[in-house]
Design a protein around this ligand. Structure first.
Ligand code: TYM
Length: 332
């Protein structure tokens, strides 16, 4: 079975709708027909300052949320990045293959470092995409399910894989990004020109999966909508309504055209109220399940322990090939 791999940063207490609809839902779907590796990117998280206690807690919350949304620990290796040292080890080798200018072109670094000036950003933030390339290439996956904002990192990953294969010997598989067009970029509810983001969105702009469901329904009802009154999908003229239609359609599996018909002539108020109800119905069981799992630390620890073990077996084999090919003397 072809492998899939993806990761998520534990930088908030809760995942949000962008994470879920853009990526995590595809993790759940793809685990059926693939050999899945899914991890919590704690090493990426420390590229900006984190509170140590909170970081540890958020890793467990991330694991609980993944299981609650349907990532099956029997089928999928769920693990914490820092527990598989091969990630850091391969990242070094790949850094030595990356051009400085090439790394500088990564738009996420430009965005994230522009706030306080480049000089204040850590070198880790700069080399972040290269660690991500290592995360991916170690597992030789066929697909990497992510949102649109990760596309450039996937392109760098493929470039580095090709460069290594060419310079040494074919070692890495070129991974395909798995980005579903309809949900690749979920927008901020208060600013439908920006993506929904844990670092940039205002509280009203972001729906957190573990929020009180009533609060989430309220955020939907107060989402910024566009002038006019018909519920119609039009990203140019009606980005706010289009974003809500995308969310509605994804949560119910009803095509956008069917929703447009169902709400024809009924106005925004009805539409947002009913989407609020859909959201409550969806997040309530998810939230209950997550909170239940968080009560059982022993099980979470065991899931992460066995996940790291399965991951390390694969990752160490790839790393051994890499070390051999670059000419490192074998360890005794
Ligand atoms: P992160 O933690 O920012 O986000 C996790 C996943 O959620 C997707 N996403 C979105 N999709 C659609 N609309 C949005 N508004 C939205 N916001 C976030 C992201 O695209 C991502 O798929 N660098 C990665 C973590 C990572 C990784 C990896 C991913 C580290 N190593 C290896 C894949 C493979 C990140 O920061 O994702």
């Amino acid at each position: 079975r072809p492998r899939v791999l993806s990761g998520i940063q534990p930088t908030a207490d809760s995942f949000h709708f962008g994470n879920y609809l853009g990526a995590l839902r595809q993790w759940v779907a793809l685990q059926e027909e693939h050999e899945p590796f899914f991890f919590i990117a704690d090493m990426h998280a420390i590229t900006v300052e984190q509170d140590p206690r909170q970081l540890r807690e958020r890793c467990l919350r991330a694991a609980a949320q993944l299981i609650a949304m349907g990532v099956d620990p029997e089928r999928s290796a769920i693990f914490v990045q820092s527990q598989v040292p091969a990630h850091a080890q391969l990242a070094w080798v790949l850094q030595c293959l990356t051009g400085f200018g090439e790394a500088r072109r990564m738009t996420q670094f430009k965005d994230k470092s522009s706030k306080n000036g480049e000089g204040a950003a850590s070198v880790g933030l700069f080399t972040y995409p290269i660690l991500q390339a290592a995360d991916i290439l170690l597992y030789r996956p066929a697909f990497v399910p992510v949102g649109e904002d990760q596309r450039q990192h996937l392109e760098l990953t493929r470039d580095l894989a090709q460069r290594f294969n060419h310079r040494y010997k074919k070692t890495f598989r070129l991974p395909e990004p798995y980005i579903l067009k309809a949900t690749a970029k979920i927008l901020d509810l208060q600013d439908p020109h920006a993506k929904m983001s844990k670092s940039a969105s205002s509280p009203g702009g972001i729906i957190e999966m573990l929020d009180d469901p009533k609060l989430s329904a309220k955020k939907i009802r107060s989402a910024v909508t566009d002038s006019g009154s018909d519920v119609r999908f039009d990203e140019e003229e009606k980005p706010g309504i289009s974003n809500l239609l995308t969310i509605y359609s994804a949560l119910t599996d009803r095509p956008v055209s069917e929703l447009e018909e169902a709400y024809a002539g009924r106005g925004y108020g009805d539409f947002k109220k009913e989407l609020g109800e859909v959201v409550v119905e969806f997040v309530t069981p998810f939230r209950d399940r997550t909170l239940e799992l968080l009560e059982d630390r022993a099980t979470l620890d065991e899931v992460l322990r066995s996940g790291a073990k399965r991951a390390a077996e694969v990752a160490e084999r790839t790393l051994a090939d890499v070390y051999d090919r670059v000419g490192f003397v074998p360890a005794p």
